[in-house]
Design a protein around this ligand. Structure first.
Ligand code: SF4
Length: 450
């Protein structure tokens, strides 16, 4: 929890939701429909709102998507759904300005707003002017993978560079007397992500003005691994009183993100407590015992109880004991079980303490995704599971995917029209590969490179 010494974050109004201050942690998510497909987007927004999303983001790659966004909003409001909408804009300030007239919040990525810093300043001032007029909030949404060249030349590809990049944009907000701003500094690497947020939070505290923070581990993947990785990064910060809104990015149906985000919001809003019943620490080894009402709850409690301690090297290992209740109401004992050792390994990997399998970076997909990301990602995972320690990225689009892959060794990037680009690091090594052959080609290239 925030201590009395800490300055509270500013309150930012986004439609009928307030982020920051002493308000509860806001749960948000993002559509993965094509925004131009108005029917599908409205239907998904409705499902997400029913599932508990307090804010919904949609991708806006072109001006025609701004029009679609307006229509989506109109239809939702007509249905009585007043969940604030957020436009996700990359590259074009004109689109950001147009979207700011339509929805309650606009997310911009400073890494790709404009290459020329002076131009970026001018464009941002124009965006702020419109946001002031329409009461629209802005998220400065920086990602580790898409830091600009100017900043990385000065600070390297580091958490410090992320903090410095955001501070420049917050200074621009101050110059333009604009405070309706939320900030994020996401990374797929939980260590980089937590360090970047901590540095920024400390700097904002020192400066005497704390903007609300949107937390997320980007490209976290799916399944248990995606949930554990998200829980480790986000809970480490929330437990320190850092963070005001949460998005859990999973390469799955976005509805699946909501219960994970709600758990985090409830737990750090002190509405939910861990079901750990015993803990002993010998040297740097923790032994924890749980009486968990479900497998899902065990996974989240265990990740939040020990993710930060592993990440910060307070402990080197954790052993899981006790039981969880399965779907038939039976107790499943954990002591020495395969499931306990699987969760222990996954937590070590999410906290970047030991790699027992490949590390996957996979975007959640959005309206820019041009193929079945979820099934492709699962197939890539199945075929590459032997490549322990290697970082493999599976990205939904060629526009942002390569920039967002961060430190991946290999990347599988959807181009659209059934074609894929394969990257080695930041370099495309094969382009226009038919989807049906792309995983084979990726494996061949990895083999040849050994
Ligand atoms: S990388 Fe993935 S989430 Fe990001 S814009 Fe492309 S498809 Fe959307």
């Amino acid at each position: 929890m925030k201590t009395n010494d800490n300055i509270r974050s500013l309150e930012v109004r986004v439609g009928n939701v307030v982020i920051g201050g002493d308000n509860p942690i806001v749960v948000q998510t993002m559509c993965n429909t094509h925004t131009a497909d108005i029917e599908a987007s409205v239907a998904q927004c409705r499902r997400l709102s029913d599932a508990g999303a307090q804010m919904i983001r949609l991708t806006v790659p072109s001006m025609s998507d701004v029009e679609a966004l307006g229509e989506i909003k109109r239809r939702l409001r007509e249905m009585g759904i007043d969940t604030p909408l957020v436009a996700d804009v990359h590259f074009s300030s004109d689109i950001a300005i147009a979207a700011a007239k339509v929805v309650e919040k606009v997310r911009i990525n400073p890494g790709n707003f404009h290459r020329d810093h002076q131009k970026a300043r001018e464009q941002f001032a124009s965006l702020v002017k419109v946001c002031k007029e329409y009461g629209t909030a802005i998220r400065i949404g920086l990602n580790h993978g898409s830091l600009g060249e100017r900043i990385t030349n000065m600070y390297g590809n580091t958490p410090l560079a992320m903090k410095e990049a955001v501070m420049e944009w917050l200074e621009m907000c101050a110059e333009n007397e604009f405070e309706n701003v939320v900030v994020s500094l996401k990374a797929s690497n939980t260590y980089i992500m937590t360090e970047a947020y901590r540095l920024l939070y400390k700097q904002m505290q020192e400066n005497g003005k704390v903007y609300p923070l949107h937390l997320g581990v980007t490209e976290a993947g799916n399944g248990d691994a995606g949930r554990i990785k998200s829980a480790v990064g986000i809970s480490a910060l929330l437990s320190e009183g850092i963070g005001d809104t949460v998005r859990v990015s999973l390469t799955e149906d976005p509805e699946n993100e909501i219960p994970v985000a709600e758990y985090l919001s409830d737990r750090y809003g002190r509405r939910l407590h861990s079901c750990m019943v015993g803990l002993s620490i010998e040297g740097k080894i923790a032994i924890a015992s749980y009486h968990a009402p479900s497998k899902e709850r065990l996974l989240m409690d265990f990740s939040c109880d020990f993710g930060k301690r592993l990440l910060d090297k307070e402990i080197d290992q954790v052993l899981l004991k006790g039981f969880y209740i399965d779907e038939n109401g039976s107790q499943v004992m954990l002591d020495g079980s395969e499931y306990a050792s699987y969760l222990e390994d996954e937590l070590m990997q999410a906290a970047r303490r030991r790699f027992y399998r490949p590390e996957y970076v996979a975007c959640p997909g959005c309206g820019r995704t041009m193929y079945n990301l979820e099934s492709t990602f699962n197939e890539v995972k199945r075929r590459t599971s032997h490549l322990k320690g290697m970082v493999i990225a599976v990205m939904g689009c060629i526009v942002n995917g390569p920039g967002e892959m961060a430190d991946a060794d290999w990347g599988y990037v959807g181009e659209g029209n059934g074609k894929v680009s394969i990257y080695k690091g930041k370099t495309p090594v094969l382009r226009h590969v038919p989807e049906t052959e792309a995983i084979d080609k990726l494996l061949q290239l990895i083999e040849q490179d050994k």
